[in-house]
Design a protein around this ligand. Structure first.
Ligand SMILES: Nc1ncnc2c1ncn2[C@@H]1O[C@H](COP(=O)(O)OP(=O)(O)OP(=O)(O)O)[C@@H](O)[C@H]1O
Ligand SMILES: [Mg+2]
Length: 252
């Protein structure tokens, strides 16, 4: 479990996150939702130790993440950022190989190579494995980064807007794969997502941020109500049921 307590973060004199208290359960898919600028990416970066908070605490299974150490943390947690940057003359298979770094430290074993091949196959990148990243489409590049995080084979997977750029086939495949990672292999998944239906139909748990604070959080069935979502986005949202799952309507 990730436990965030009284977490505040600001840049210069302006606060970004103000006294966040949130629990993210292990073995579940958690959607981190909220309007643009709410602080979702900032919270993810703080959890992943890519940013330092001004105050507060973040623990992973009871241990402060700041005390875990970079290599150990990378063995426990893989992160895909919202804005992906990497030297463009890197081949897909080498990028995915970087995901094995916390395990192999650069000397790939047979197990590492098997993990790389598996990630390439799972994310439909076989035909592209020799390509350079700057020779890929936006969605293909996005999938290559997610495959790298997958190859890292961590208990926790934190993905900031992983559905960006993905067509509906690849978006659905990714969500279904994330669900089975949680259900079948006990992995813990956190995704930042703007598509409400992926948030409420495919996730177990939700943490909603607004203006740097937690607006609501908890199991989807209890918290993703029409009233909460309408307030969160200041946009009328209706919740109906489709095949026994909640379905958000916000186009009217
Ligand atoms: N490096 C920075 N310097 C100053 N302000 C920043 C910086 N990074 C983020 N912010 C501000 O912090 C707030 C939260 O940003 P953040 O990227 O966490 O939002 P978000 O919820 O991920 O939004 P989006 O849905 O648009 O990705 C925003 O107001 C943003 O302008
Ligand atoms: Mg963001």
């Amino acid at each position: 479990m990730i436990q965030v307590t009284n977490l505040s973060c600001g840049i210069a004199s302006s606060p970004i996150l103000k006294g966040i208290a949130a629990s993210i359960p292990a073995g579940r898919v958690t959607a981190l939702i909220g309007p643009n600028g709410a602080g979702k990416s900032t919270l993810l970066k703080l959890i992943a130790q890519q940013l330092t908070a001004n105050s507060g605490s973040i623990t992973l299974d009871g241990v402060e993440v700041s005390e875990i150490g970079a290599r150990k943390l990378a063995q426990k947690m893989a992160v895909v950022a919202q804005h992906l940057t990497v030297a463009s003359r890197v081949r897909v298979q080498d990028l995915i190989g970087f995901g094995r770094w916390p395990h192999s430290q650069g000397r790939l074993t047979a197990e590492d190579r098997a993990a790389i091949d598996d990630a390439i196959a799972r994310f439909g990148l076989s035909a592209l494995r020799q390509r350079f990243l700057d020779e890929l489409s936006g969605g293909q590049r996005q999938r290559a980064f997610i495959a790298m995080a997958f190859a890292q084979d961590t208990d926790w997977l934190l993905l900031d807007e992983p559905l960006n750029n993905l067509d509906l086939h690849h978006a659905r495949n990714l969500m279904s794969r994330l669900r089975s990672l949680a259900e079948d292999r006990g992995k813990s998944i956190v995704i930042v997502v703007h598509d409400l239906n992926y948030a409420i139909s495919w996730s177990d748990h939700v943490v909603a941020l607004k203006d740097g604070q937690v607006a609501f959080q908890g199991p989807v069935a209890e918290t993703a109500t029409a009233a909460n979502l309408t307030d969160l986005y200041e946009t009328p949202v209706a919740i109906t049921q489709s095949d026994g799952r909640p379905f958000a309507q916000y186009h009217r």
